[in-house]
Design a protein around this ligand. Structure first.
Ligand code: AP5
Length: 224
């Protein structure tokens, strides 16, 4: 049965699976707010905050930022009015501790996670996607040099900002991020499966085909 708003979704999947790409499309289609913990950390890095400096040491090694810091950051962010209709969580939770903290935060708002789409994709594809990724320094829009190139090389289609390669997208860091994913984040698949919330999406297809599967899955919980 379709839910009434607010609706909360958790996108589960390895680094580079396409969570951010899909979350941005779901945001515009369903009017939910995309909250990416990685983007929140990068915003702090850009603004040279204390949190950003702390996060940098973990991000550059491909390690997870400690749970207490990450949970407090997300808890603070979801209090803002733009989250009233619901949130697409992208990159959070990433540990079982974060997942149960998220359940508790939402319970305090008389809410819960309605669906956890899991993007399934092979390691080879992930490495190819991350090493070809380029991000707008100004608005954060995500491109890929081959699969989703900007119209003009190095320039964002949306705002004209400069595109750059994330420091954690270098091959050595990418391998460690995958290792960390399998060790610390993949148990979330069992966590959401046990709650009956997991739906697997084949992310090893072109962006449009993945989006169609995503939208069909989300329509089972949002009547729109
Ligand atoms: P974060 O920014 O969350 O990185 P991630 O989860 O590793 O995910 P990515 O942003 O790399 O990938 P994505 O799945 O969003 O893929 P995208 O859509 O960009 O985290 C970075 C770091 O911050 C972490 O390592 C950690 O240190 C810290 N952190 C963040 N959250 C944390 C947390 N909760 N706890 C602790 N620490 C945390 O797509 C990738 C590329 O592929 C793009 O170029 C895109 O254009 C392309 N692409 C996408 N879909 C397709 C497709 N279907 N076909 C072809 N190309 C595609």
């Amino acid at each position: 049965m379709a839910s009434t708003y607010p609706v909360h979704l958790v996108l589960v999947g390895p680094p580079g699976a396409g969570k951010g790409t899909q979350a941005a499309q779901l945001e515009s289609q369903f009017g939910l707010k995309q909250i990416s913990s990685g983007d929140l950390f990068r915003e702090n890095l850009k603004n040279q905050t204390e949190l950003g400096e702390l996060a940098r040491t973990y991000i550059d090694r491909g390690e997870l930022v400690p749970d207490n810091v990450t949970i407090a950051m997300v808890e603070d962010r979801i209090q803002r009015p733009d989250c009233a209709k619901g949130v697409i969580f992208d990159g959070f939770p990433r540990t079982l501790e974060q997942a149960s903290a998220l359940d508790e935060m939402l319970a305090l708002q008389d809410s819960e996670i309605q669906l956890a789409p899991a993007l399934v994709v092979s390691d080879d594809v992930i490495i190819d996607r991350m090493t070809g990724r380029r991000v707008c320094r100004n608005c954060g829009a995500v491109y890929h040099m081959c699969y989703n190139p900007p119209k003009a090389e190095g320039v964002c289609d949306i705002c004209g900002g400069e595109l750059y390669q994330r420091s954690d997208d270098l091959p050595e860091t990418v391998r460690n991020r995958l290792f960390v994913y399998y060790k610390q984040t993949s148990p979330l698949i069992g966590y959401y499966y046990a709650k009956g919330l997991l739906v697997r999406v084949n992310a090893d297809q072109p962006i449009g085909a993945v989006s169609r599967e995503m939208v069909a899955a989300v329509r089972t919980v949002i009547d729109k």
